[in-house]
Design a protein around this ligand. Structure first.
Ligand code: NAP
Length: 280
């Protein structure tokens, strides 16, 4: 693991770096280049998904990289259309074939899709996938507190990670508290708001300047101090390196509060409330 990135230990013992790399937009030969750059820069936790259709791209980058497979943490996700037990297991097997990998380090249920209401079945399949050695650690994404409580109650198995939309406009305080109560680590998707103007926000800009850092670094540092793992995507090698360089400064409590104050009740950027939004 890269020397200057702190680690977190998940509730099943898996050690993961405090920051990862998002890959939703990277595919094909160009995607392999972005991924090999990212691994070369020092990222070890790579977030992907069956639905990003880039498991092959990530697998190719893993094979091309001089970094040994066991030093990388490859994390994929089960799509909503394959929540039925047998289909879920077949999908995880298909994920492995697509990636050309023997195992995934992490596998998450991508969305709970509560109207479809098959996420408990999907969770049972994830438990079986871990038993079979397909995945080392199982988690969820976009699960609200009620979804977490239900899978834990019905199976007795607690997810290791919950990956949710989290950025300064939507700091997910209640969700983070609920995750923590269960010993679940929160992971932040779209941690920089995917190109949203929050990178030009005056409050964030002022704090960045005070520390001699960029707005992007300031936001990512805020995530880590909240206890969440951000997974920023970055095509540019400069952004990739910049985003890893966040462990040599600390935001004060007042600065943390000032960023938290930017959060809005309806701060989700794409209107994707997991209580109603379904993604197949
Ligand atoms: P993001 O990471 O918030 O933002 C990525 C954008 O920010 C890119 O346009 C990138 O530009 C730019 N950027 C990166 N570092 C920067 C910096 N230091 N300064 C200025 N701009 C910077 O958005 P995201 O890709 O939506 O989210 C990250 C990952 O979360 C995804 O890739 C995916 O893996 C995951 N995700 C999961 C879900 C889910 O439902 N579980 C949903 C959405 C996303 P360049 O490319 O030009 O460098």
């Amino acid at each position: 693991m890269t020397q200057n990135i702190p680690e977190k230990v998940l509730n099943d013992g898996l050690k993961v770096p405090a920051i990862g790399f998002g890959t939703a937009w990277y595919k094909g030969a160009e995607g392999v280049k972005v991924l090999t750059d990212a691994i070369d820069t020092g990222y070890r936790l790579i977030d992907l998904a069956f639905n990003y259709e880039n498991e092959g791209t990530v697998g190719q980058a893993v094979r091309k990289s001089p970094v040994p497979r066991e030093q990388l943490l490859i994390s994929s996700k089960l799509p909503g259309r394959h929540h039925a037990y047998k289909e879920a297991l077949e999908t995880i097997e298909e994920s492995l074939y697509r990636g050309g990998l023997d195992y995934y380090d992490l596998y998450l249920i991508h969305w709970p899709n509560p109207k479809t209401d098959k996420y408990v079945e999907a969770w049972q399949a994830m438990i079986e996938a871990k038993k079979r050695g397909y995945v080392r650690s199982i988690g969820v994404s976009n699960f609200l507190p009620e979804h977490l409580e239900r899978i834990i109650k019905e199976t007795g198995v607690t997810p290791s990670i919950n990956q949710v939309e989290l950025h300064p406009l939507f700091n997910q305080q209640r969700q983070r508290e609920k995750d923590a109560e269960h010993g679940i680590v929160t992971e932040s998707w779209s941690p920089l708001g995917r190109g949203h103007s929050m990178l030009e926000n005056e409050v964030i800009g002022g704090i960045a300047e005070a520390h001699g850092k960029t707005p992007g670094q300031t936001i990512l540092r805020w995530h880590t101090q909240l206890g969440a793992i951000p997974i920023p995507a970055a095509r540019s090698k400069e952004h990739q390196a910049e985003n890893l360089n966040i462990f040599d400064f600390e935001l004060t409590e007042a600065e943390m509060n000032a960023i938290n104050a930017l959060t809005q009740e309806d701060g989700r950027l794409w209107d994707q409330d997991p209580a109603t939004y379904e993604e197949m």
